[in-house]
Design a protein around this ligand. Structure first.
Ligand code: PAF
Length: 281
């Protein structure tokens, strides 16, 4: 596996791969890899001839006071894991190259960024859209893979690709869960034993909503109340939002017509956890 730190070298490598008609796949990450990331990596291997995984903890998507400084990092472990998966390139650029002194250009996907997590984290998706644009411009992949756990991010990236005419296919990978249902996330590392147990309320809330829909309940308020009460039964959990929305526009829905996104954000101790499911009638 080649480790590339500089943008110029990454561009050269990518250009060479394309000139040999290799299909380049990108899996963007912020590192501290877990089995969920490795599922994306394995999916990526199947979808092209050359696989690039980027690791960059993107300060621009953290608000002041959020966990940028404490965000878990373990580059040596990540490198070993990616080597074992047969990744071709680990792209690990320094912050000064990605955001050189005087940087003042950002990418905003306006409407999709204001709902859900965007309401609590105002510049978060501007940071995500900006780094994803930069990675697409540098690596120029034909395919890029994103997890469905970050559903709003996925929709924003899809819209960004459409609106800015990027020639990249966006692949959504289903959320990878622990055996007991907890969605895998680097931030699960913040959870103590009791908090880890309490965190199961997110996937349980989604399951409860899925059961209601199976029984024919399509009313948004009832579904939200049921999911919310599942989370609120857990004393360590603090609901940030429980929303039922259109899966493409992310506008709130009062009832499920065809399908609806049920999205949750919950604080448990130091961790802010998100999860979601698409409910189909
Ligand atoms: O999902 C993530 O890990 C990040 O938001 C991403 C897409 C790598 C951009 O920093």
């Amino acid at each position: 596996m080649r480790i590339i730190e500089h943008i110029a070298e990454m561009r050269q490598w990518s250009e060479a791969a394309r000139s040999e008609e290799r299909r380049v796949v990108l899996v963007p990450t912020m590192g501290f890899l877990h089995e969920g990331h490795l599922h994306l990596v394995r999916d990526g291997k199947k979808r092209g001839d050359r696989l690039v995984v980027s690791i960059f903890v993107n300060r621009a998507q953290f608000a002041p006071g959020e966990d940028f400084a404490g965000y878990p990092r373990d580059f040596d472990r990540d490198r070993r894991l990616l080597e074992n998966e047969g990744v071709d390139v680990l792209f690990h650029p320094p912050v000064e190259e990605i955001y050189p002194e005087g940087s003042q250009t950002y990418v905003t996907v306006e409407e999709l960024s204001i709902f859900l997590c965007g309401a609590q984290r105002p510049n978060h998706f501007r940071g995500v859209a900006t780094i994803v644009t930069k990675l697409f411009n540098i690596v120029r992949p034909e395919v890029a893979i994103f997890g469905e756990k970050d559903y709003q991010q996925l929709q924003i990236v899809r819209r960004l690709v459409r609106d800015l005419n990027f020639a990249v296919e966006i692949v959504a990978h289903p959320t990878v869960r622990e055996r007991d249902g907890l969605a895998m996330s680097s931030r699960n590392a913040y959870l103590s034993g009791d908090e880890r147990q309490a965190a199961l309320c997110l996937s349980q809330a989604l399951k409860r909503a899925e059961c209601l829909v199976k029984k024919g309940v399509l009313d948004g308020a009832r579904i939200i109340a049921a999911a919310r009460s599942e989370i609120e039964a857990q004393p360590l959990a603090k609901v940030e939002y429980v929303r039922l929305c259109d899966p493409v526009t992310l506008d709130d829905l009062e009832e499920i017509r065809n399908s609806a996104l049920l999205a949750l954000a919950v604080r448990i101790g130091k961790a802010r956890l998100i999860d979601n499911t698409v409910l189909k009638r």
